[in-house]
Design a protein around this ligand. Structure first.
Ligand SMILES: Nc1ncnc2c1ncn2[C@@H]1O[C@H](COP(=O)(O)OP(=O)(O)OP(=O)(O)O)[C@@H](O)[C@H]1O
Length: 248
């Protein structure tokens, strides 16, 4: 499933160290795109350009809610935090997960930021119901022990996609599950030297993303979701290679 991606990754790795100016440029564009798409998937109405203006220039957009501005700023900060973790070779732990979730929700919902939910939730548009809130800690312990056991055995893309799926399957937070899951998935990918996977907010990809998660949740078939994430990683790798003049 990952042969093409492994080949692209090898081509990219052969070009390392990458020119610092190019890395900075790509980092900035990924930071905006990832923030824009991840927030737009959940209904944030800022455009890509508005997201850039809010994040990079601190400009407020007339007619857009304060919450939408905070979501953009918080998400960009969460990416910075993850990049720092990767640079410092920090491990993925429950503490890190809660820190990331805190950054996503701070100043928007301080009561729930960085904390597991204390009530039951539904996922809108899905027939799957996440576990009772009283089981969350147990389920999360199992997720982290699964991660410990599998982190060196699975291909990094499968590891990252499965971690994302299992996190939204448990849906441990009152809000911000999707954004946090995509941040954690990309943390794993970046730890392994991959660029982040950006699930696009356009109606077609959003629908495919939701359908793949529904298939995984309801039927236990996770492969289509792993394939979807693999396609997103491939697109990001091609973006890097294109910037280096190695891809059309
Ligand atoms: N059938 C499904 N099974 C498991 N997870 C799903 C399913 N459908 C969607 N999801 C995940 O749930 C997320 C949305 O969850 P929810 O509507 O509860 O929003 P949230 O918790 O506020 O998080 P966010 O707003 O960041 O997505 C989606 O982004 C997706 O990752």
């Amino acid at each position: 499933m990952f042969a093409k991606i492994d080949e692209l990754k090898q081509r990219l790795d052969a070009l390392r160290p990458l020119p610092p100016g190019l890395v900075k440029n790509l980092r900035e564009s990924f930071r905006i795109e990832w923030t824009y798409h991840s927030n737009a998937i959940e209904g944030n109405t800022l455009t890509l350009l508005e997201t850039k203006l809010v994040i990079e220039e601190g400009i407020t957009i007339g007619g857009k809610r304060l919450k939408e501005h905070l979501e953009a700023i918080n998400h960009a900060e969460a990416i910075d935090f993850i990049e720092e973790l990767v640079a410092n070779k920090e491990h993925l732990t429950e503490h890190v997960l809660k820190q990331v979730h805190y950054l996503v929700l701070k100043s928007i919902d301080n009561e729930n930021a960085g904390k597991y939910r204390t009530y039951n939730v539904r996922i809108s548009g899905s027939s799957y119901t996440p576990p009772h809130f009283l089981h969350i800690q147990d389920e999360m312990n199992q997720l982290f022990s699964w991660y410990e056991t599998n982190q060196h055995a699975l291909h990094p893309i499968e590891l990252a996609a499965r971690f994302h799926f299992q996190l939204v399957y448990i849906h441990p937070f009152a809000d911000g599950n999707g954004r946090t899951a995509r941040l954690m998935m990309n943390f794993i990918l970046m730890q392994h030297g991959y660029p982040p996977a950006i699930v696009k907010a356009n109606p077609e990809q959003r629908r495919k993303y939701y359908e793949a998660l529904e298939k995984a949740s309801v039927k236990g078939e996770v492969t289509p979701f792993i394939q979807l994430i693999a396609a997103c990683v491939e697109e990001s790798l091609r973006h890097y290679l294109y910037a280096l003049g190695m891809e059309d």
